[in-house]
Write a protein that binds this ligand. Structure first.
Ligand code: NDP
Ligand code: GDR
Length: 392
């Protein structure tokens, strides 16, 4: 039985990766942070009573800022593979807490590598480092001949997050070269899912599309609508992480779709999923996203369960001309990454990696998952049950 250790197991990617490794028969260990409220919602379904005979999933309290517990956990677990996914991963928030991000996302990577070395596990333990397309910074002149970023494109990080992750990238490469360790960077472009954190752009948008359709929210406030991202599905991307560690030789790989989409186009797709069509008026901070058409069939179809459960004919007062999206300058970043588009040729050829999802399928899944989530809340509320997270 192979043994894996995942830092960041409570996050989006950690939860999908844990599922994948359990399916493959691994013993999965995860590092979770102590928090004053539950932070394991994404992995609760994987929990096994530690008193049972065949325990294949175990959590350890730990933090990437604390080398003593990193060393202790790795010593106890003796992992064949470590996936270092733990990070303060929000680019905008990294401008508010730059030193903390440097410590967790940058030095945290060093702590993992050094722990493996101190414990003499260099030959046994393979290490995956969660590197990111934020390293490229969206510099036009650094794209390859196909107009994309690949494994040879120069880096130019544009945030404290990007700057911390570039240290993680290079220290991983350095430990591979200096100590002959099997340590690899996956340079992953944006990947999303119904489990995406609620304050990242895609999930904020799919949640708002669902809530507005259900009559639970009026307006969605966003920042820069013109940046472009190469969006894939987290489920596809964790498969690439695993493949990277199964190769004969340790190398770095770009994982991306090769397509890029503006934030405003993602908004249009998400709202169209609930039958609401958005038109744009005005410019800059005064730009508005206005409801230009309602497709009643699509709308009714999307919110049908909520409507039945409320015993109402119609539970929204939406009409054409309503302003659904406004700009709030607070969400602009001091420096922005304007465009990201990755060239996954190496991963496709060498790893045999092929994503299953396209953007349309992912948007559909995310919007409908959020509708189901809020419908459940509405039903519980109607039955008089107070939803715990609203009590807190
Ligand atoms: P999430 O933000 O969903 O998850 C981050 C995880 O790291 C959480 O489990 C979080 O714990 C944990 N964490 C945060 N701070 C610490 C700390 N000090 N010590 C230990 N663990 C910590 O991120 P994703 O799942 O989306 O991303 C996984 C990794 O991949 C991250 O490193 C991210 O930077 C990187 N990445 C992500 C991309 C994406 O598009 N999703 C693209 C490229 C790279 P808690 O739940 O307690 O907050
Ligand atoms: P990103 O993702 O910064 O690419 O980092 P995010 O979804 O936060 O931003 C994408 C783009 O959307 C614009 N934007 C907004 N973003 C947020 N979060 N909230 C808003 O209200 C909003 N309005 C507009 C942003 O300005 C940006 O241009 C993600 C993270 O998962 C990183 O950890 C990872 O490394 C990179 O993807 C690849």
């Amino acid at each position: 039985m192979k043994v894996a250790l995942i830092t960041g197991i409570t996050g989006q990617d950690g939860s999908y990766l844990a599922e994948l490794l359990l399916e493959k028969g691994y013993m999965v260990h995860g590092v979770k942070r102590r928090a004053s409220s539950f932070n394991t919602q994404r992995i609760d379904h994987l929990y096994v009573d530690q008193h049972e005979d065949h325990v294949n999933f175990k959590l350890h309290y730990g933090d990437l800022t604390d080398s003593t517990n990193i060393i202790r956990i790795i010593q106890e677990v003796q992992p064949d593979e470590i996936y270092n996914l733990g990070a303060m991963s929000h680019v905008k928030v990294s401008f508010d807490s730059p030193e903390y991000v440097a410590n967790v996302d940058g030095i945290g990577t060093l702590r993992i590598l050094e722990a493996v070395r101190i414990l003499g596990l260099e030959k046994k333990t393979r290490i995956y480092q969660a590197s990111t397309s934020e390293l490229y910074g969206g510099m036009e002149e650094n794209k390859n001949s196909k107009g994309m970023y690949d494994e040879n494109s120069p880096f130019y990080p544009r945030s404290p997050y990007g700057a911390a992750k570039i240290y993680g990238y290079w220290i991983t490469k350095n430990y591979r070269e200096a100590y002959n360790m099997f340590a690899c960077n996956g340079i992953l472009f944006n990947h999303e899912s119904p489990r995406r954190g609620e304050t990242f752009s895609t999930r904020k948008i799919t949640r708002a599309a669902a809530k507005i359709a259900l009559g639970l929210q009026q307006t969605l406030y966003l920042g820069n609508l013109d940046s472009q991202r190469d969006w894939g599905h987290a489920k596809d991307y964790v498969k690439a992480m695993w493949l990277i560690l199964q190769q004969e030789k340790a190398e770095d790989y770009v994982i991306a779709t090769g397509q890029t989409t503006k934030i405003r186009d993602f908004i249009e797709m998400a709202f169209a999923e609930v039958g609401l069509y958005i038109g744009w008026q005005g410019e800059g901070v005064n730009e508005l996203g206005v409801l230009s058409k309602i497709d009643k069939d699509r709308f009714n179809n999307a919110v049908s369960l909520a409507k039945q459960s409320q015993n109402k004919n119609d539970n929204t007062d939406l009409s054409v001309g309503d302003v659904l999206i406004r700009i709030d300058a607070r969400y602009f970043r001091p420096t922005e990454v304007d465009i990201l588009i990755g060239d996954p040729s190496k991963a496709k050829t060498q790893l045999g990696w092929e994503p299953q999802y396209n953007l349309e399928a992912m948007v559909e899944e995310m919007v409908h998952s959020d509708i189901a989530l809020f419908t459940k809340d509405m039903i519980l509320k109607r039955l008089g049950y107070l939803i715990p997270r609203e009590e807190e």
